[in-house]
Ligand binder design. Structure first.
Ligand code: HEC
Length: 108
């Protein structure tokens, strides 16, 4: 358990402050960074939504069959809903938009 916590801490560090990620990501109109969205998804979403959108947490919707549009997904990721926590404090607008785009891949 402690090893996992240590690993998680290191990865978080790589992805956020240590990399200075925020400044790189303050683009909103730039091309989506789906590779980074994929990493963010694994770290911040897969605990509940599963690695491929098939829910791990029983109350989480199946992202493979979600019909929400891009704006609706962005809003839920940013502000949360029900037991889903908000993510606007830990992700930039661009990162949230990229995640909303990224999870669309689960539908195919
Ligand atoms: C603690 C568990 C948890 C985490 C972490 C989590 N979610 Fe959720 N998510 C939920 C639950 C529960 C709902 C259902 C909310 C409701 O409708 O009441 C939900 C709903 C959603 C929806 C709406 C789907 C639909 O069709 O209604 C999207 C999109 C979504 N989450 C994406 C994400 C993304 C992207 C992340 C990572 C940034 C994330 N979630 C992190 C639990 C979680």
């Amino acid at each position: 358990m402690r090893l996992i916590a240590l690993w998680f801490g290191t990865v978080m560090c790589l992805l956020t402050s240590c990399e200075g990620g925020r400044s790189v990501d303050s683009r909103v109109d730039a091309a989506p960074n789906l590779a980074q969205a994929s990493r963010n998804y694994i770290l911040k979403c897969s605990v509940c939504h599963g690695a491929d959108g098939a829910p791990v947490l029983l109350t989480a919707p199946d992202l493979r069959t979600s019909t929400l549009d891009l704006d609706e997904r962005e809003a839920i990721i940013a502000y949360g809903k029900g037991t889903m926590p908000p993510h606007q404090a830990m992700l930039s607008k661009a990162e949230i938009r990229d995640l909303a785009l990224y999870i669309e891949e689960f539908r195919h």
